[in-house]
Ligand binder design. Sequence first.
Ligand code: DC
Length: 215
Amino acid sequence: MVIAIDGPAGAGKGTITKKVAEKLNLVYIDTGAMYRAVTLEAFRENSIDNEERIIDIAHRIKIKFDEEGKTFIDGIDVSREIRSTVVTSAVSKVSSIVKVREEMVKQQREMAKGLNVIMEGRDITTVVFPNADFKFYLDATVEERARRRQLQNEEKGITSNYEEIKQSIIDRDYNDMHKEVGALKRCDDQIYIDSTNMSIDEVVDFIIKKVGEVK
Ligand code: DC
């Protein structure tokens, strides 16, 4: 079984997908983490401005996840490093390289072979698994996503400016939705969830109920 979830940054995909995976005993695959891993390695190899080398990295490094959702490059845990501001600021560019996407999509399909998976990203419902058993689009308003991000920052003791966060979300949405290949898109056969006024558990329960209705 494949459950595919797409949606913009900050809609809660990661947290929600992880919880659904635990409850339904599915393998969780965070495809954004894969683009982040390629970006991190490109920085490490001083190659962030060299498209050919980035494509080579995408083919060369072995990206793996463990049961807890930790991300590994060639056996080394990079879960923290891939979330750094530097990686976050460059990952959009790396994920726009068509040949990088082709390789990641291939690996994503291989990772899911023979398993029950829940996979989240931007092009899972449209490109990676257009025939997934369940396809969800998880959304929330820009304002709500900015508010959530600011709260997360506060919890980490980081002071941040709401308007700046909001603008960076608007910019990321624009990049995600205007990629030449693998753009974030809404389509008719996705189950649309607007989580603006929903708690994490409400969204988790909604997804589990939908899956249960058909199973
Ligand atoms: O979900 P995230 O913020 O970790 O994603 C990181 C970046 O990768 C973001 O710029 C969107 C991009 N991405 C993508 O292009 N396709 C995917 N399937 C997943 C993420």
